[in-house]
Design a protein around this ligand. Structure first.
Ligand SMILES: NC(=O)c1ccc[n+]([C@@H]2O[C@H](COP(=O)([O-])OP(=O)(O)OC[C@H]3O[C@@H](n4cnc5c(N)ncnc54)[C@H](OP(=O)(O)O)[C@@H]3O)[C@@H](O)[C@H]2O)c1
Length: 434
């Protein structure tokens, strides 16, 4: 038989055998022949490691060598690449990454938390050793958005990258939209269906989206990764009435991560936004993810697909392994770390746009006038004011949609109202994607 492979097998050590690690093994077992033809060589898992050797994982692990101490992997000559699927910004994942990259061992990971915190330092180690650090699965799971920006759109000046980066939040918001139920009920449903973790805070508080946004921004703009300056608000405080109100006004609420690079610096924010129903993001449903990239020659690119789950995430991890097999390396953030521009954070207060403000107020005369006065004195121009007839247990809901204006005026409005006993709870602000 003719040998169609250009190289000897690529020998892989797989650390972490949970949802994604198990998926990688299943994918390589299922599509191994096709992958070998595409990669130019078979991709062979040689060694595996996780915490608990005795755990049943629904996949045949007998062909692979079990390694108790993952710290031995970096130095092994019979392993060509290490795949880290443990998770966590620090701890064993980071130790393994540092060891492997310092030892000149190509490294593949799906770990957005680690990259958001340590991405530049790890990229510098990979660069020094002249080896690959690959992380397609870390952002938007199965969607090839890292490749899309790093390779497909590499010739463009990218002005804006934004999208729906967390499937759990999108599932919750779109289910609230369809069923009209409250946040807590839908979160419970999402947990029962396996869309949300037992501790969902990283997802619903926007931290997971912020990790991904910081990675995308660095890659898209050629700027230093700056997770610390992603302004982050999650979806905990979105209520069914907001969704109904947004729908009546022609919008859907989505948790949007948005990064822009302009003359004033880098703007990065994750927060629930009102998205017009004719915008493609408004139609991203359930647990799907989507990313929009705007380049000066390519125009608007729209990527949509499964951002999590065993199959899609494994698909992205194995795509990285195929790149390693093909010797397609390149800098992790699309240019040498020293070429990434230092950060200057833009002043979000100067951003101009329309906003939605929702208040829960005491049901008594004069409250509307008090809010109207605060907005007027802060320079906010009101487009519409909606008072819900529905009386809540402890107050009434009212919402304002503003004309386009500087965001600092919205903050000033809230400052003016702070401490007022007319307000029953902290107002909710969502900006409008125009
Ligand atoms: N799940 C997704 O849809 C998805 C999507 C995109 C990216 N990711 C990323 O992929 C990575 C893995 O996620 P996952 O969902 O597969 O996680 P998971 O199901 O919780 O699996 C984690 C694996 O890591 C192992 N592990 C944990 N701590 C360890 C330690 N101290 N030493 C050795 N092994 C350890 C666990 O071992 P035991 O099994 O023995 O306990 C388990 O096999 C994370 O970085 C995550 O952010 C996940």
């Amino acid at each position: 038989m003719t040998n169609l492979h250009r190289h000897a097998p690529l020998r892989v050590a797989l650390v972490g055998l949970g949802t994604v690690g198990g998926g990688v093994i299943r994918l390589l077992q299922t599509n191994g022949d096709l992958i070998a033809r595409r990669a130019g060589c078979p991709i062979q898992v040689v060694a595996i490691s996780a915490r608990d050797r005795s755990k049943a994982r629904g996949v045949d692990l007998s062909p692979y060598e079990w390694v108790d101490d993952m710290t031995t992997l970096a130095a092994r000559n019979d392993i060509d690449v290490v795949v880290e699927l443990i998770g966590g910004a620090d701890g064993p994942a980071l130790t393994l990454a540092r060891q492997c990259l310092a030892a000149g061992k190509p490294f593949v990971t799906a770990n957005k938390a680690m990259l958001a915190h340590h991405g530049l330092a790890l990229a510098a180690l990979a660069e020094k050793a002249g080896i690959a650090l690959k992380y397609e699965a870390a952002v938007a799971g199965g969607i090839p958005v890292i490749k899309g920006i790093r390779e497909g759109a590499a010739a463009n000046e990218i002005s804006r990258v934004y999208g729906i980066l967390n499937g759990t939040c999108n599932f919750i918001l779109t289910t609230m939209e369809k069923e009209g139920h409250g946040f807590d009920d839908v979160l419970k449903e999402a947990q029962e269906l396996g869309y949300a973790e037992a501790d969902p805070s990283f997802d619903i508080d926007g931290v997971d989206s912020a990790h991904k946004l910081a990675i995308l921004a660095s890659l898209a703009f050629g700027t230093e990764l700056d997770f610390g300056n992603v302004a982050t608000t999650g979806i905990r405080h979105v209520i069914a009435a907001d969704i109904a109100e947004a729908a009546a006004l022609g919008y859907r609420i989505r948790l949007v991560g948005m990064a822009e690079n302009g003359p004033d610096g880098l703007f990065q924010r994750v927060h629930p936004m009102l998205v017009p129903t004719d915008h493609p993001l408004a139609h991203v449903d359930g647990s799907l993810n989507a990313v929009v990239v705007e380049g000066n020659f390519v125009g608007r690119l729209f990527f949509e697909g499964r951002g999590a789950g065993e199959g899609p995430t494994a698909s992205a991890v194995v795509a990285d392994l195929i790149d390693v097999a093909r010797d397609e390396y390149g800098d992790a953030f699309a240019m040498p770390v020293a070429a990434l521009a230092p950060q200057k954070t833009a002043d979000a207060g100067q951003r101009v746009g329309r906003s939605y403000l929702r208040f829960k107020v005491q049901d008594r005369p004069g409250v509307l006038a008090e809010i109207a006065a605060a907005t007027r004195d802060a320079g906010v121009s009101i487009e519409s004011m909606i008072q819900h007839g529905t009386k809540q247990q402890d107050g009434v809901l009212m919402a304002i949609v503003t004309h386009a204006g500087e965001e600092r005026c919205i903050h000033e409005t809230l400052d003016r109202l702070a401490g007022s006993d007319s307000l029953v709870q902290t107002p909710m602000v969502m900006h409008i994607l125009d």
